[in-house]
Design a protein around this ligand. Structure first.
Ligand SMILES: C[S@@+](CC[C@H](N)C(=O)[O-])C[C@H]1O[C@@H](n2cnc3c(N)ncnc32)[C@H](O)[C@@H]1O
Length: 87
């Protein structure tokens, strides 16, 4: 396991693994969309993203719920958004 300490916008901006299977978004809600943008190209088809308190990030929800977004995305258990990257 690797822990990257610091602002995720910086620590996740470089040296990402080839593929990413799972993302938990539970930091600053206004940054969810920017964090997704950093990771998106590495998400493998079928990768899961759990976004807690996603209702506070309407731009993120609009992105993952858009019909042509490349995600299957559903609200789960209150304001948790569960999204799967499609092929
Ligand atoms: C709701 S807490 C996370 C709780 C954690 N998931 C747990 O179950 O223990 C949100 C955390 O995100 C961190 N955070 C906020 N903005 C951040 C950023 N830009 N980069 C990294 N961490 C951030 C905060 O410092 C805080 O510790």
């Amino acid at each position: 396991m690797e822990i990257r300490e610091g602002d995720a916008l910086t620590t996740l901006a470089a040296n990402l693994p080839e593929t990413i299977d799972f993302v938990l978004l539970d930091g600053a809600k206004p940054l969810y969309l920017d964090i997704l943008a950093l990771l998106e190209s590495r998400l493998r088809p079928g990768a899961m993203i759990v976004a807690d308190n996603a209702d506070y990030s309407p731009d993120y929800l609009a992105r993952v719920r858009a019909p042509e977004s490349g995600y299957l995305s559903l609200p789960f258990d209150g304001d948790v958004e569960l999204s799967m990257k499609l092929g």
